[in-house]
Design a protein around this ligand. Sequence first.
Ligand SMILES: [Zn+2]
Length: 114
Amino acid sequence: MSIFSKIKAALVGSGKTSNATRGYTRHDGQGLFVYIRCDRCGEVVPLRLRKTDEMARSEEEGYDYFVQKIVMGTQCFARMDTRLEFDRRHEIVNSSIQGGSLITVKEYDSISAN
Ligand SMILES: [Zn+2]
């Protein structure tokens, strides 16, 4: 999947102007978790990002922070080229993951509960 995909803000309530897509981040004080599923083996890799030093400030319109990194699980050697863009409240507004996809916190919880 090489297309730069825009997650639609389907869950943003009325009256909100943010484009943020809720449900993909679990905030944790100085950091947050996102969950990435490997296209090749289906493993879900939790990725913790520190807000303080891992998120780069953006000079671009439309987002305030971004993270670019290679994510690897433990079950196969697929490398997932990941770029995430966040608004100023650290909610995801855009994502692009080659070889994987984001899942919601809810999905992750229902998988890991088993
Ligand atoms: Zn994998």
